[in-house]
Design a protein around this ligand. Structure first.
Ligand code: PLP
Length: 507
């Protein structure tokens, strides 16, 4: 019997939602399911072992005419969905930036889904609006940022950075909000600067804002992948001489490929000299500033105009939750506030409304999960977990340093290790050797990933295929890091013969 009829037969209504009794039953079942999932997650392959199209082929192409039982739906989670998942919550997920949810964060999501508020105006959710202000102020204090910064929550760092650049553009007072940019002869080319290592979200933000990709000038980096502040100053001066209008610099604290830290104190000097907005992309590494001995990573940021960090990256917050701290909220508001008659409220002058500070009208109640996470773990509990991830990364890096067949390709300021295998390769030219090493490292990575026991990703540094091991999952322990080291060495052994010490090769 279809679920609705079953429900009706049990006294439920043929219209309306699931009965409270059923909700309770399946709710408990799902919480049990999630607890089992976490308990047994290491029996699952980290990287989904399915072919493209495999899941689609197993799903009906048209929707069910009548409701189905929750039993049938939940059975399909096990049968169809779980095998097609890459398990980000697996402790041996080391790819990209490893991240994870946490129990209080999941509870926050459950409650937020139940409340289902659209936090656009203060009155549509006073709790969401005010909790967001309070919890972001806690976060600001935990990071050691001064009270001049106010926070606002968006979904992702891509969106946070786009809003920061929009506020910076509003600040140059070129009437872009009213007049737009196209067809204007009075508007010089507006320029934004970021390093060659900056995240692609900056490029995308600039495209979205209609500035055009040519507005973004990429600044070279030094041998440790940090923006060259002198080259930045020269680029700005050259652009000014050519009649352009430099208005914003994006510095990165924790770049995506290597987690390098741009020299913010030197960059901020340049920005102040030219009266430019400084936005700091600390999407990955920002949460590390809550660890007292890592607070120095934000030196110089006290003079920045805005800074983004992602609790959904390294603060055990279920995706999504990104925080933009900004000194000039009035500019964000000037860029985005638009209140039609049907949204006007008597209290609007006295309260903050989230929709005034961004493109979106309705906003999720994201602050709830962050509030629950900070209260449950406490500042010290969160810092201890981040500190441990950094220790594990240093431990892994120390094995590489001691090895004769592996090498580090970047410093390890946080919990990301960039490395590669570099066994001796007997070939005539450096070019062929480089190609062989790239192919070998790629094969090692695919080999490890195919085991299902761990998942790594890669980047290119100085033209070398580079393996990345990122530690950020709340369940990752030393055992998992030792296991992946063993797996890497097994793959290397299988793929090479006659390994000679590093000193004998022609690096
Ligand atoms: N900035 C940096 C430095 C990143 O590493 C990333 C993603 O990894 C982003 C921005 C984009 O993050 P999001 O997915 O939240 O847009």
């Amino acid at each position: 019997m279809p679920e609705r009829e079953q429900s009706a037969a049990r006294g439920g209504s043929p219209i309306g939602d699931m009965s409270a009794e059923e909700f309770r039953r399946f709710g408990h079942e799902i919480v049990d399911w999630i607890a089992n999932y976490f308990e047994n997650i290491e029996t699952l392959p980290v990287l989904a072992q399915v072919e493209p199209g495999e899941l689609k082929a197993q799903l009906p192409s048209s929707p069910p005419e009548n409701g189905e039982s929750m039993e049938a739906i939940l059975a399909d989670i096990d049968r169809l969905i779980v095998p097609a998942l890459t398990h980000w919550s697996h402790p041996s997920f080391f790819a990209y930036f490893a991240t994870s949810t946490s129990a209080p964060g999941i509870f926050g999501e459950m409650l937020s889904a139940a409340f289902d508020v659209k936090s656009m105006l203060w009155r549509t959710s006073p709790a969401s609006t005010e909790l967001e202000e309070v919890v972001l102020d806690w976060l600001r204090q935990m990071m050691g940022l001064d009270a001049g910064f106010s926070g606002i929550i968006y979904d992702t760092a891509s969106v946070s950075s786009m809003h920061a650049i929009a506020a910076a553009r509003e600040g140059v007072e070129m009437g872009v909000r009213e007049e737009g940019m196209s067809g204007r002869k009075d508007l010089p080319l507006l320029r934004v600067y970021a390093s060659e290592q900056a995240h692609s979200s900056i490029d995308k933000g600039i495209i979205t804002l209609g500035l055009g990709q040519r507005a973004l000038r990429k600044i070279p980096t030094d041998d440790q992948f940090r923006m060259d502040a002198k080259a930045l100053a020269e680029a700005i001066e050259e652009d000014q001489r050519n009649g352009m209008l430099p208005f914003c610099v994006v510095a990165t604290v924790g770049t995506t490929s290597t987690s390098s830290i741009d020299p913010v104190p030197a960059i901020v000097e340049v920005c102040e000299k030219h009266e430019m907005w400084l936005h700091v992309d600390a999407a990955y590494a920002g949460p590390a500033a809550i660890v007292p001995e890592l607070r120095h990573i934000l030196v110089g940021c006290e003079r920045a105009d805005s800074l983004v960090l992602n609790p959904h990256k390294w603060l055990f917050t279920p995706f999504d939750l990104s925080v933009l701290f900004c000194r000039q909220m009035d500019l964000l508001r000037r860029a985005f506030s638009l209140v039609p008659e049907y949204l006007r409220t008597p209290e609007q002058e006295r309260v903050r409304s989230g929709s005034d500070y961004g493109f979106q009208l309705g906003r999720r109640f994201r602050a709830l999960k962050l509030w629950m996470i900070i209260r449950y773990f406490g500042h010290e509990g969160l810092a201890a977990r981040i500190r441990e991830h950094c220790r594990l990364a240093r431990l892994f890096a120390s094995w590489i340093e001691k090895s004769t067949t592996w090498e580090l390709l970047a410093p390890v300021p946080f919990a990301l290790v960039c490395f590669r295998a570099c066994p001796p390769v007997d070939v005539d030219t450096e070019e062929i050797r480089a190609k062989r090493l790239d192919a070998l490292n790629e094969a090692i990575m695919h080999g490890v990933n195919a085991t299902g026991a761990a998942f790594l990703s890669h980047t290119k540094l100085n033209d070398k295929l580079t393996l990345r091991l990122s530690i950020g999952n709340i369940r990752t322990s030393e055992r998992h890091v030792r296991n992946v080291w063993e797996l890497l060495n097994q793959q290397l052994k299988q793929l090479t013969q006659n390994l000679k010490p590093k000193t004998q090769n022609s690096k």
